[in-house]
Design a protein around this ligand. Structure first.
Ligand code: C2E
Ligand code: MG
Ligand code: MG
Length: 615
C-alpha cells in the first residue's frame, strides 16, 4: 500500500464527509495540493479541520436556520486543502442540493458564468496579495441553465505563519434587484411609448460618435424628424390613436436604419436619427429621403387609414469639438425650414438658418418687451353689409409697432407667441382692448359688432371663459355683439374639450365664428355639433370668384350649407368689385376685404360709413 492509499483509507475510516472523500481521492490521484503545499500537511490539516468542522456543525444548526431565513449563504474556503465548506443556503443559492458535492475552488469556478471567471479569480488573487476584504458581484449558472446574479463579500483569514489560510465570506442572490435596476436604467434612457432611446441616451451616443469621428470613418449626421400635421391627426382621432401611430412610425424608422445607427424619440412627434460614417452630405440626404419615403405609407388606426409624412432636418458634424446640443439645434432649425418649404422633405442645415433661429429668439425676447412697453396695437377692419353697404362691425387685428422694424403683422407674431405661450397674455390684452373700443363706439353706433381672433392655445385654457366673462362685464357690452373667431383646426383639436369650452362661451351669450372656413380638415358634422354662429368664407375661395368655376361652386355650397343650418356667413378678402357682385348675387350678406375697408387704427376709422358700390 503506498502512502497515498494509506492516506485515503485513513480519510475514509471515520464517517467521511463528501469534502474529505473528494479530497482524499485527489491526493491519491497524485495531484499536488494547491498553493504548493505538501501532501502530509494537507492531510493533517484536513483531518484537524474536519474534526473542528464536525464540532461546529452541531452549533451550526441555528446558523443554518438563520441563513435559510435571511437567504444569505456562507462559505469557508481553506486554501491549503482546497476545501470549500458551504452552508446549505449557499448550495441553494447556487441552485444545488445542499451538501451534494464538495465545492473545491475549481468546482466553484466551474459553476460561474464563464464570462465572470477571470474577474472573480483576479479579485481573489488581489485580496490574497493585499489581505484586504473583497466585495463583488458574480453570475452563477444554475443546472437548469438560468443565470443568477450574486453579491458576495469575503475576507482573508491569516494563519499562524502570517500567510493567507482561508477565505471566508457570505453570498446572496441579487438577481431580482439587478433586474429592477436594469429596468430602471432602461426606463431612464428610453422613451416609454416606443421603447426607443430618449434624449439622454441619444445625446450620449451622439457625443461618442462626434468625438470618435475621423476622416476615414466619416462623420456622424443628425436627422431631426417631425411628423407633419401630427397635432391635427392626434387631436381628431384621439390620443390613443396618436400613440398607435407613433409606435408604428418608430417601428418603421427602426427597420429603415442601418445597423449601428440610432433612432431616438424626443417626445411628441419628434424623432431623431444618428447616422454614422457620413462621408458626404449627399449620403445623409439620401438616408433622409429613404426615411421620408419609408414612413409615408398609410397607417391604419381605429378603422381609418391615415397618410402621414415627415419633415427632416439634417446637421452633419464637422469636427470632434462639435457640441451635440449644437448639432441637434442645427438639425432642428433645418427641420423647421423643411416644414416651411412645404413639408414632407429634407433640408440640410446651412449657417443662415442659425441666423433665422437667432432672429426668432430675438423676436421672442422683443415681443415680451413689446407687451410691457405698450407697443402692441389693434387695427380694425370693417365688416360690411353687402345689401345696405353699411359698416355693421369690425374685426380686431393685432399689430406690433416695432421701434425699428415698423408695423409688424400677425403672420410674424402669432406663431412665436403660440410657441412661447405669450399668446395667452397677448390674447387677453387684445380681447380687453377690442371690447373697450367697442364700448366707446357703441356710444355712437349701438348695434356695432366686434370680432376677436382666438388662438387654439387660448382655447385650451380653462380660465378663458372666466376671462371673457370678466371683460364683457367690465366693458358692459352686450355679449351677442362680440364674436370670437376660431379656426377649424381648433374644433378638431380635442373635440370634446373644445365643445365644452365653446358651449361655456356660448352660455355667456357671445357668438362663435369659424375663421378661414374651408381650409381645414373639419368634417361638416362639426357644424351641427358645435354651437357655431358664423362661417367666414376663406379668402382663397373668394379670390377666384368671377374667374374660377370651382371657387364659385365651393362658395355656393358653403352658402347653401350655412343657410340650411341657420348659420351666418362673412366672405373674407374681397378685393374686386367683381367678387363683391358675385357674392351679393349669391346671397352672401356680409363681407370684409380691402375693397370695402382696410384694417386701420381706431382713430382712422369712420363709423356709419357707407362703402361705395351698387345699391
Ligand atoms: P384672419 O382672422 O383671417 O384675418 C384676416 C386677415 O386677412 C388679416 O390679416 C387682414 O389684414 C387680411 N385681409 C383682409 N382683407 C383682405 C383682402 O382683401 N386681401 C388680402 N390679401 N388680405 C386681407 P392680418 O391682420 O395680417 O392677420 C392675419 C391673421 O392673423 C388673421 O387672419 C388671424 O388669424 C391672425 N390674427 C390677427 N390678429 C390676431 C389676434 O389678435 N389674435 C390671434 N390669435 N390671431 C390674430
Ligand atoms: Mg379672423
Ligand atoms: Mg380669416
Amino acid at each position: 500500500m503506498d502512502r497515498d492509499q494509506a492516506l485515503l483509507e485513513l480519510a475514509l475510516s471515520d464517517e467521511p464527509t463528501p469534502v474529505l472523500v473528494a479530497h482524499a481521492r485527489r491526493l491519491s490521484d497524485g495531484q499536488d495540493a494547491p498553493f504548493g503545499l505538501k501532501v502530509e500537511d494537507v492531510l493533517t490539516r484536513t483531518l484537524t479541520r474536519r474534526a473542528a468542522y464536525e464540532d461546529a456543525r452541531r452549533s451550526e444548526q441555528r446558523l443554518v436556520e438563520a441563513q435559510r431565513i435571511s437567504q444569505v449563504g456562507s462559505y469557508d474556503f481553506e486554501i491549503a486543502t482546497n476545501t470549500n465548506l458551504w452552508s446549505d443556503q449557499l448550495f441553494r443559492i447556487y441552485g444545488r442540493e445542499p451538501q451534494s458535492f464538495m465545492a473545491s475552488y475549481e468546482v466553484f469556478l466551474g459553476m460561474l458564468h464563464p464570462d465572470d471567471v477571470e474577474h472573480v479569480t483576479s479579485v481573489h488573487q488581489r485580496s490574497l496579495a493585499t489581505l484586504e476584504p473583497y466585495e463583488m458581484e458574480e453570475r452563477v449558472v444554475w443546472p437548469d441553465g438560468q443565470v443568477r446574479t450574486l453579491a458576495s463579500w469575503g475576507e482573508i483569514v491569516v494563519g499562524e505563519d502570517g500567510n493567507p489560510a482561508r477565505m471566508v465570506g457570505i453570498c446572496w442572490d441579487i438577481t431580482e434587484r439587478k433586474q429592477m435596476e436594469a429596468q430602471l436604467v432602461h426606463e431612464a434612457l428610453h422613451d416609454r411609448l416606443t421603447g426607443l432611446p430618449n434624449r439622454v441616451l441619444f445625446v450620449d451616443r451622439l457625443a461618442q460618435s462626434v468625438t470618435s469621428q475621423n476622416r476615414n470613418l466619416g462623420a456622424p449626421a443628425v436627422l431631426f424628424l417631425d411628423v407633419d400635421r401630427f397635432k391635427v391627426v392626434n387631436d381628431s382621432l384621439g390620443h390613443d390613436a396618436g400613440d398607435e401611430i407613433l409606435v408604428e412610425l418608430a417601428g418603421r424608422l427602426a427597420e429603415l436604419m442601418r445597423p449601428g445607427d440610432t433612432v431616438g424619440r424626443f417626445g411628441g412627434d419628434e424623432f431623431v436619427v444618428l447616422c454614422q460614417g457620413i462621408q458626404h452630405p449627399a449620403e445623409a440626404m439620401h438616408v433622409a429621403e429613404r426615411l421620408i419615403e419609408g414612413v409615408s405609407g398609410p397607417v391604419s388606426v381605429t378603422g381609418a387609414d391615415v397618410v402621414l409624412s415627415v419633415s427632416v432636418g439634417i446637421a452633419i458634424s464637422s469636427s470632434q469639438d462639435d457640441a451635440p446640443a449644437d448639432l441637434l439645434r442645427d438639425a432642428d432649425a433645418a427641420m423647421y425650414r423643411a416644414k416651411r418649404d412645404g413639408r414632407a422633405r429634407c433640408v440640410l442645415f446651412a449657417d443662415t438658418m442659425r441666423d433665422e433661429a437667432l432672429a426668432r429668439l430675438e423676436t421672442e425676447v422683443e415681443l415680451r418687451r413689446a407687451m410691457t412697453d405698450g407697443q402692441l396695437r389693434l387695427h380694425y377692419q370693417p365688416v360690411v353689409d353687402l345689401g345696405s353697404r353699411q359698416v355693421v362691425g369690425f374685426e380686431a387685428l393685432l399689430r406690433w409697432e416695432h421701434p425699428t422694424r415698423g408695423l409688424v403683422l400677425p403672420g410674424e407674431i402669432i406663431d412665436i407667441a403660440e410657441e412661447t405661450g405669450l399668446i395667452v397674455p397677448i390674447g387677453e390684452w387684445v380681447l380687453h382692448e377690442a371690447c373697450e373700443q367697442l364700448a366707446r363706439w357703441h356710444q355712437v353706433q349701438p348695434e356695432l359688432t366686434m370680432a376677436v381672433n382666438l388662438s387654439g392655445v387660448q382655447l385650451g385654457r380653462i380660465e378663458l371663459v372666466r376671462r371673457v366673462a370678466a371683460v364683457v362685464d367690465a366693458t358692459g357690452i352686450d355679449p351677442p355683439l362680440l364674436s370670437l373667431e376660431i379656426t377649424e383646426s381648433v374644433l378638431m383639436g380635442d373635440a370634446e374639450e373644445a365643445l365644452g369650452m365653446l358651449l361655456d362661451l356660448k352660455a355667456l351669450g357671445v357668438r362663435i365664428s369659424i375663421d378661414d372656413f374651408g381650409t381645414g380638415y373639419s368634417s361638416l358634422s362639426y357644424l351641427k355639433r358645435f354651437p357655431v354662429d358664423v362661417l367666414k368664407i376663406d379668402r382663397s375661395f373668394v379670390d377666384g370668384l368671377g374667374t374660377d368655376a370651382d371657387d364659385l361652386a365651393i362658395v355656393q355650397a358653403i352658402l347653401a350649407l350655412a343657410g340650411a343650418l341657420g348659420i351666418d356667413t362673412i366672405a373674407e378678402g374681397i378685393e374686386t368689385e367683381a367678387q363683391r357682385d358675385v357674392l351679393q348675387s349669391l346671397g352672401c350678406r356680409h363681407a370684409q376685404g380691402f375693397l370695402l375697408g382696410r384694417p386701420a387704427a381706431a382713430a382712422d376709422t369712420r363709423l356709419g360709413a357707407i362703402v361705395p358700390g351698387p345699391r
